[in-house]
Design a binder for this molecule. Structure first.
Ligand code: 5RP
Length: 263
């Protein structure tokens, strides 16, 4: 691997583990609850995360360039919650813009099994071709749109493997309660867990993240379960302990409780 690629991956995954903070939701769902002002949402969480996942619009308007965390730039889009099909995405951002914004990596969704499977996989291949020459890693996001039931291990394993085969350097996918280890084992590049809709309890979040890490995921890209929590910074601190320090759900829950009392 060339120096630039390795350096970017090293920034994003210190010691091979990572906690990315996604604030990209507005690119198809508008001003999501608690993400109305992304710059304010993210401020108290920054000490705990390794990178921010966002679009160029939010980056330029809400994140100060000096001293910023590494950026994973979301570069697919052009659909909305109220449109016909969330899967009908395009590449939104040129390679010149990716370089100009000093992205540490880029993120793009693929929709396996959808009507737009081929187009979104072509988007991924095109993006990898553009980014490889500049040493910029591509993170593929195995998206399911509104079809949340698709999140079972056979589908996730298929999607992750295809993303890696097309050249993604990292794959972001959903955790699943059965055979998540098979998803990770079948993917030749690091797997990161997405969050999905907010869990019912704080402990539930810590439990599923811990389970995924034990089964081989290298980290998380968790948004709503952090910034929609009643105690976002405490949740971020506890999750960091699970990802980077291998804390058990019980230990992490203690960290959470202590942090929320001492805020
Ligand atoms: C949206 C995304 C988000 O980054 C991803 O879903 C993670 O956020 P959350 O934990 O809120 O699901 O890729 O398409």
């Amino acid at each position: 691997m060339d120096w630039g690629m390795e350096n970017r991956l090293g920034q994003l995954m210190p010691n091979g583990k990572c906690f990315f903070m996604p604030i990209d939701h507005g690119y198809f769902q508008g001003p999501t609850r608690r993400l109305e002002k992304p710059g304010e949402t993210i401020k108290p969480l920054l000490p705990y995360v390794d990178a921010i996942f966002c679009t160029r619009g939010v980056l330029r308007s809400a994140i100060a360039p000096a001293g910023s965390k590494p950026i994973v730039l979301r570069v697919s889009g052009c659909t909305s919650m109220v449109g016909k099909d969330l899967a009908n995405e395009e590449l939104t951002t040129s390679i010149e813009e990716i370089i100009r914004l000093n992205a540490a990596a880029v993120g793009i969704s693929i929709f396996i099994g959808s009507e737009y499977e081929r187009e979104t996989l072509k988007n991924l291949a095109t993006l990898v071709n553009a980014c490889e020459g500049y040493g910029i890693p591509v993170m593929a996001v195995t998206a399911v749109g509104r079809e949340l039931d698709k999140r079972e291990y056979r589908y996730l394993a298929l999607s992750c493997r295809i993303a890696a085969e097309l050249g993604a350097k990292v794959v972001k996918t959903y955790w699943c309660d059965e055979h998540f280890d098979k998803v990770v084992e079948g993917c030749p590049v690091p797997v990161i867990m997405a969050g999905g809709p907010k869990c019912e309890t704080d402990l539930e979040v810590l439990e599923f993240v811990s389970d995924g890490i034990q089964k081989g995921a290298v980290g998380i890209n968790l948004g709503r379960n952090v910034w929609q929590s009643a105690h976002p910074a405490a949740m971020a601190k506890a999750l960091r302990a699970v990802v980077h320090d291998n804390a058990s759900p019980k230990q992490a829950h203690e960290i959470f409780k202590e942090a929320k009392e001492n805020k």
